[in-house]
Design a protein around this ligand. Structure first.
Ligand SMILES: Nc1nc2c(c(=O)[nH]1)N(C=O)[C@@H](CNc1ccc(C(=O)N[C@@H](CCC(=O)O)C(=O)O)cc1)CN2
Ligand SMILES: Nc1nc2c(ncn2[C@@H]2O[C@H](COP(=O)(O)OP(=O)(O)OP(=O)(O)O)[C@@H](O)[C@H]2O)c(=O)[nH]1
Ligand SMILES: [Mg+2]
Length: 440
């Protein structure tokens, strides 16, 4: 695909930086190199050159040329690896964009061209955005695998199976016209389609793991006022994120910190202490605490060992871990308290390592069984569910004419095709590429 404009952008990170990578893509790329560099280097080989504006030296840097189609975008691409000073980069960008039919790239425009030229499919494109935004090891791994094409290959394999099934069923339809072939081939086909249906269901269930990996595992700290909730939040965050006082009712609003536990994003929320007879502001806080607790993946239920006021958490949907606090203050008689999963002191740090370990283990357990390849967007899940319901119709309506059942399989194939963009993508492009930064 030929685009009118040649695009240019700073593709590396924030300035100033040691080195900055300026990327150019499009049919004017050669002309850009000829104008500001000394020579067009051999394909895909770095060359050290002086960059000039007329006679004036702008910088000395590495220049690479990737002729079409063997480049990231599939177009002619150049990379200028220059000194990462703000003025250096802006003067080079200025010189390049002065040339005819060359302009600054929009966010995600390089990747959009790569997609248009068939270098990437939709799922890989989304995963590339995720890879760039990945902050934890689990996010990186998920994005890496999907950008690598593993998810796309899985869907391609499923589409193939459906296409094969349809071919055999349609063959059966033709045969049965002649009235002499029984439905034996069809029986085998339907068994495989049923197996595929189970596989797709299992894959869809994996989305909850993808959500935990991408959005974080949600932990909510609940307990009576003064139980030590904010102190625990601060100890987990290793900083003074929340205000701590000896006055009950200090925390009124929900306060979140984001942690990385064993490579997994964990969001911990501190909440207002739950009690009856609280004033207006505090009551609103308590309502928020309950709401958060209901949706949490894990509730940490805190009780002051020296003055326990257990709160009811039977309404919580996720797992509940009971924690005794202020272990350092607990008297000898309290020293071996029972009924707690963990006892901690945020003053001495006792029990903290083991508590963090437990949070990590529970989170890990939720994603462990999900398999390697996960749907990473609601978009994927919706199309997978669509595909599944068409397959379900085909399987269920055993008395329907084979033509109709085969058509259901065709619709399922189409839905799977939409996930990778093999079918009908135009309307999605804007949404997907708006997630990118400039230079990507
Ligand atoms: N300097 C630099 N580093 C980078 C990138 C880049 O664009 N520039 N990338 C940008 O994301 C990533 C690497 N991704 C890339 C993907 C494809 C091609 C490429 O030239 N593909 C050609 C040739 C393939 C081959 O030789 O095997 C092609 O697909 O035809 C380059 C980088 C990360 N590192
Ligand atoms: N000795 C000791 N004191 C603690 C410990 N944890 C908390 N405290 C003290 O207990 C009091 C209440 O702590 P907070 O963390 O503010 O309690 P909270 O549950 O957030 O209270 P509210 O926000 O009012 O619901 C403060 O004076 C803390 O210093 C602990 O492990 N050991
Ligand atoms: Mg508090």
């Amino acid at each position: 695909m030929i685009f009118g404009d040649t695009i240019v952008a700073l593709s590396s990170g924030r300035l100033p930086s040691g080195v900055a990578v300026i990327r150019v893509s499009g049919h004017q790329t050669r002309f850009v190199i000829e104008t500001i560099c000394e020579f067009v280097p051999d394909s895909r080989v770095a060359s050290l050159q002086t960059l000039r504006r007329g006679k004036e030296i702008l910088d000395r840097g590495l220049v690479l040329f990737f002729p079409t189609p063997h480049s990231f975008t599939g177009e002619d691409v150049a990379e200028l690896q220059v000194h990462g000073g703000r003025a250096t980069v802006s003067s080079i960008l200025h010189e390049i964009t002065r040339l005819p039919q060359v302009r600054l790239a929009e966010a995600g425009e390089f990747t959009r061209r790569a997609f248009m030229n068939g270098k990437l499919d939709l799922v890989q494109t989304e995963a590339l955005a995720d890879l760039i935004n990945a902050e934890t090891e689990a996010q990186r791994r998920l994005a890496q695998r999907n950008s690598d094409g593993a998810q796309s290959r899985l869907y391609a394999e499923w589409r193939n199976r459906l296409v094969n099934a349809r071919a055999l069923i349609e063959a059966d339809i033709d045969f049965s016209d002649e009235g002499d072939v029984p439905g034996s081939v069809a029986d085998r086909v339907w068994t495989d389609v049923a197996a595929l249906s189970d596989q797709i269901s299992a894959h869809i269930r994996g989305y909850s793991a993808a959500e935990i990996i991408q959005d974080g595992f949600h932990v909510v700290i609940l307990g009576a006022p003064n139980a030590g909730k904010s102190s625990l939040l601060n100890a987990l965050a290793r900083r003074d994120a929340a205000i701590v006082t000896d006055e009950p009712g200090t925390t009124r609003d929900v306060l979140e910190v984001v942690l990385d536990i064993n490579g997994l994003k964990v969001i911990v929320a501190d909440t207002a202490g739950i009690r009856d007879g609280a004033g207006k502001v505090e009551s609103i806080g308590i309502e928020k605490a309950r709401a958060r607790g209901r949706d949490a993946d894990l509730v940490l239920k805190l009780e002051d060992l020296t003055d326990p006021h257990p709160v009811d958490t039977s309404w919580a949907a996720g797992e509940v871990v009971r924690i005794g606090t202020k272990l350092d203050l607990a008297s000898a008689s309290h020293k071996r308290p029972s009924g707690y999963d963990h006892c901690i002191s945020t003053v001495t740090g006792e029990g903290m390592t083991s508590l963090v370990q437990t949070i990590g283990d529970i989170a890990e357990l939720k994603i462990r069984d999900a398999g390697d390849i996960l749907p990473s967007r609601l978009r994927h899940v919706e199309l997978l569910q669509d595909a599944l319901s068409h397959i379900g119709s085909a399987l269920r309506d055993v008395h329907a004419p084979l033509e109709i059942r085969a058509e259901e399989l065709r619709l399922a194939t189409d839905r799977l095709g939409r996930i990778t963009g093999a079918v009908d993508v135009e309307e999605l492009l804007g949404v997907i590429f708006s997630q990118f930064c400039i230079g990507k």
